[in-house]
Write a protein that binds this ligand. Structure first.
Ligand code: GUN
Length: 287
């Protein structure tokens, strides 16, 4: 029987801390603010953006939504970002992805000031992860690290196996585990004999985007299993990349879906908005 890692509880603690810091900053005359850009009518993006704005409201963070038309041009979007980059009253900028196909996401990400990049998708921020010298971390991998910390799970000397090599989750995840002295393997769709790798994992982080992909026979007895997936099973029910029913009896710790990594991703965004406000404040003092 595994210990269930309660992401809702750990996220609530992080949100309470972000609220407290937001209040402290307000007392110093600094209102934490996040600009949220959404382009077009993607229904999933609308749900995500609504949730982010709700989280802001609950933490006392001012959110300013820019809902742009589906036909917004690259130039118009970049002009808005440029305006927000130069607006001292805006601490964080988030442009919800995916963007409509005619827009270049890479250029858009790179146009956001790295100091306001609460997603930490800008190459300056992703690059800083390599050196371990960072202010802003991508929300999901940072959230996983917070879960490990909350449950006193030390990566030192452990074989940490990450399935998935995305720029947003897999690669930064591997780097953060390395900074915590883990011995890290990154696996992906082309990895030969994936089960041989996963069976060696003391800490297994699964971010492959396939429902119930990791089954009990792929997991070592006593492994810590972190499920980053957010999928639908054959009955349309929300599930993760890990087949919880067959993996849970073998794991020492496991995250559920929902209620594991998901709430952490949301909470870290609020933490990043507070960090961006502190960066903005520190720049003002220097000026
Ligand atoms: N679309 C899905 N997840 C995310 C996210 O974390 N940030 C942004 N900007 N867009 C997303």
């Amino acid at each position: 029987m595994a210990i269930l890692i309660d992401g809702k509880k750990v996220a609530a603690d992080i949100l309470a801390d972000a609220s407290e810091k937001t209040k402290e900053l307000k007392a110093q005359g600094k209102e934490v603010s996040l600009a949220v850009i959404i382009v077009g009518n993607n229904p999933a993006s609308r749900v995500y953006v609504n949730n982010k704005e709700k989280d802001c409201a609950n933490c006392g963070i001012r959110s300013i939504e820019y809902a742009l038309d589906e036909n917004t041009t690259q130039e118009e979007l970049e002009a808005l970002i440029n305006k927000l980059n130069n607006d001292d009253s805006v601490d964080g900028i988030l442009c919800q992805l995916p963007l409509p196909k005619h827009l270049d996401e890479k250029i858009v990400i790179e146009s956001i000031s790295p100091d306001k990049d609460v997603d930490a998708f800008h190459p300056i921020n992703t690059g800083k992860i390599m050196s371990g010298d960072y202010n802003l971390l991508p929300c999901t991998p940072a959230g996983v690290m917070e879960l490990l910390k909350a449950y006193d799970i030390d990566a030192t000397g452990k074989h940490c196996v990450v399935i998935g090599r995305s720029n947003i989750v897999g690669k930064p995840m591997a780097m953060l585990l390395l900074h915590k002295n883990g011995t890290v393997s990154i696996c992906h769709s082309r990895t030969k004999d994936l089960a041989e790798m996963t069976k060696q994992a003391d800490i297994l982080v699964v971010a492959i985007g396939k429902a119930k992909f990791v089954t009990g026979d792929m997991v070592k007895e006593g492994a810590v299993v972190i499920d980053v997936g957010m999928d639908r099973d054959e009955n349309g029910k929300l599930c993760g990349d890990v087949d919880f029913d067959s993996v849970e009896p073998k794991a020492s710790y496991i995250t559920p879906v929902p209620g594991g990594v998901g709430p952490m991703t949301r909470a870290i965004l609020m933490q990043n908005a507070v960090t961006a406000a502190k960066i903005s404040l520190s720049k003002k003092v220097v000026k």
